[in-house]
Write a protein that binds this ligand. Sequence first.
Ligand SMILES: Nc1ncnc2c1ncn2[C@@H]1O[C@H](COP(=O)(O)OP(=O)(O)OP(=O)(O)O)[C@@H](O)[C@H]1O
Ligand SMILES: [Mg+2]
Length: 269
Amino acid sequence: MSLLQVNEVTHSYGSRNFFNWKDRPKKILSNISFSINGGTCLGLLGTSGAGKSTLGKVILGLERPQYGQVLFQGHDIYTADKHIRQKLRRDLQAVFQDSYSSVNPRMTAERIIGEPLENYEKLTPAEQKRTVIELLERVGLSEEDLKKFPHQFSGGQLQRINIARAISLKPKLIVLDEAVSSLDMVNQILILELLKELKADFGLSFLFITHDINAAYTISDRLGVLEKGELAELYDEKRQFFTSKHPVVNEMRGSILASHPRFRSVRRA
Ligand SMILES: Nc1ncnc2c1ncn2[C@@H]1O[C@H](COP(=O)(O)OP(=O)(O)OP(=O)(O)O)[C@@H](O)[C@H]1O
Ligand SMILES: [Mg+2]
């Protein structure tokens, strides 16, 4: 059984314009099916507006699709019993692009990271503090950062805090939506390395949503390409991206191959 199974998901956002009755809801996702196995990362590529974040929200249980199912650990996340859904929520976490708006500016790092633990675990204050320190250290920060507020961290450090929070309950799957996109090159590489380590250490799975092929290629085992709400391509081997004849993939490749030495040899191959 796959950890995550997305079956024929189709979704439109309802028309918000009450006066223009001719407006039809626009189809944002069309018949999307794929799965993610435990301990693996699926990179989901696509141009702006392709529907990547919408698919992420559907998988996170935030946007119920009109058709289709999302099965997580074998349970439909929208129709399972309440107590099962609660367990599924704990095993399914998210990290988004904007590290600053993902956190409450009035909370310390200790509270931000400790919040999920407070909600789900019954730890003593001392145990909770120790766990938060371990999490800070796990993501490359330290005990000294406990009492700091979001504005006292850099974007990269704050994304580490978001990651610490996301792993605090030892989830099975993390949806990362453009999680490194607003970081500079050096921080992107460092955070991708951290994510790879966490994946190996905890057997974590990722859905890594991005428009950036370099980032997706670095971290993913498999790659999918979403185009105008359809899953245009899905490669079990990420290298297949470089031999695909799909016009959209061709365009994506064109934009990176010339500039990126790592991929030049692939074009010649
Ligand atoms: N809440 C919403 N209500 C109505 N339309 C929406 C809503 N959210 C997104 N859309 C529309 O759905 C389409 C897909 O948006 P989505 O955010 O999923 O794309 P994306 O692939 O994540 O793009 P980007 O790379 O820019 O983040 C867009 O046309 C967008 O305008
Ligand atoms: Mg998006």
